[in-house]
Design a protein around this ligand. Structure first.
Ligand code: NAP
Length: 311
């Protein structure tokens, strides 16, 4: 056990990410006390029942009062309102962070509410599953995953280093990135792939020549993986696309062009084009395995890990 990195951590929102943080912080003794708040009475009751945090509070402000770290773990579209609510109770020297999947929009929504003397250091752990809610978290979610820290203008270096220590204590590797680049990288690695998965599952559902029961019965690895991704939380993903509009549209435009090129290669029987393309993409998969971000198991690592790199 290491010494606590923060005396009191407040988690606002008690879903997959917050509950995994609570377990991971407890595993390594990183927080003296953990308080928490969720919007609904139902989630708060579950959190109390399973003893997720030391104290479940009725309001976000109550949870944040006296905390030296407050982490906003709500959907991206709710971050600004939560920041506004907790602002009056934030003490000078405290740090506010978040785990939102989009960074530019969160910074625009939260930064104006951060009082003088309070550090605001946005972050994004690149780890997740398709499950949500307070029961879905587990201590190992961040192990060997990346957490991107996205300092804002004038972010305090000591406060940034302390937040990095917390994430490293929870098992993650930390990298620093600016908000605009973060949103573009995530549009490529996560947001657009999710949209494609949602579309593919929607197409299968709409295609009446193949029945739903056939789709379910014969779903081989490719489609099965799409359905897992497409089962992700609708609110979270609605907010991701509404707030990372620019980067997602740019990547979707490129994706559509490549798709048309492949479509043309299929129609014209251009096997060389298809073969070259698939050879190039295979190398990327190998690179991910070599970087330790997935296993080479033929089941796409499903059996090997519970955290499958969703973010
Ligand atoms: P989740 O399991 O759906 O939990 C969301 C939590 O936020 C719930 O406790 C919910 O409370 C609360 N909440 C929702 N709307 C709210 C509002 N308007 N005001 C106050 N609280 C509200 O979500 P999650 O997967 O932990 O995601 C949380 C954040 O992490 C999101 O910003 C997401 O972009 C980011 N993230 C997610 C993943 C992932 O793969 N899931 C990975 C990395 C980052 P109730 O239960 O009471 O509704």
């Amino acid at each position: 056990m290491s010494a606590p990195v923060f005396e009191r951590v407040a988690l606002i929102g008690l879903g997959l990410i917050a509950s995994s943080m609570a377990h991971a912080m407890r595993r390594a003794g990183l927080a003296g006390e953990i308080t928490g708040h969720a919007r609904s009475a139902e989630t708060r009751a579950v959190a109390r029942e399973i003893g997720l945090v030391d104290r479940v509070c009725e309001t976000a402000a109550e949870a944040a009062e006296g905390a030296d770290l407050v982490v906003l773990c709500v959907p991206v579209g709710a971050m600004g309102a939560v920041a506004e609510e907790i602002a009056p109770v934030l003490a000078p020297g405290a740090t506010v962070s978040d785990v939102g999947s989009v960074k530019k929009a969160v910074i625009e929504a939260v930064a104006p509410h951060i009082p003088e003397g309070v550090h605001f250091i946005p972050a994004h752990p690149l780890a997740g599953t398709e499950h949500s809610g307070p029961r879905s978290g587990f201590a190992e979610l961040f192990d060997n995953r990346w957490c991107l820290i996205v300092p804002v203008e004038n972010s305090d270096a000591d406060a940034t280093a302390r937040l990095s220590r917390l994430w490293e204590g929870m098992g993650a590797h930390v990298d620093v990135m600016d908000a605009e680049h973060h949103d573009l990288v995530l549009a490529v690695t996560s947001h657009t792939p999710h949209l494609i998965a949602y579309t593919m599952v929607g197409v299968a559902d709409d295609l009446r020549r193949v029945t739903d029961s056939e789709v379910i019965k014969y779903s081989a690895a490719g489609f099965r993986d799409f359905t897992r991704i497409a089962a992700s939380d609708p609110t979270m993903w609605r907010d991701v696309f509404l707030t990372n509009k620019e980067a997602t549209l740019e990547i979707l435009g490129r994706f559509t062009e490549e798709l048309f090129a492949l479509q043309r290669a299929i129609r014209t029987g251009d096997g060389d084009h298809l073969h070259d393309y698939f050879t190039r993409t295979r190398a990327i998969r190998r690179g991910i395995i070599e970087a330790g971000q997935d296993t080479a198991a033929p089941d796409f690592g499903r059996g090997a890990t519970r955290g499958e790199g969703r973010d």
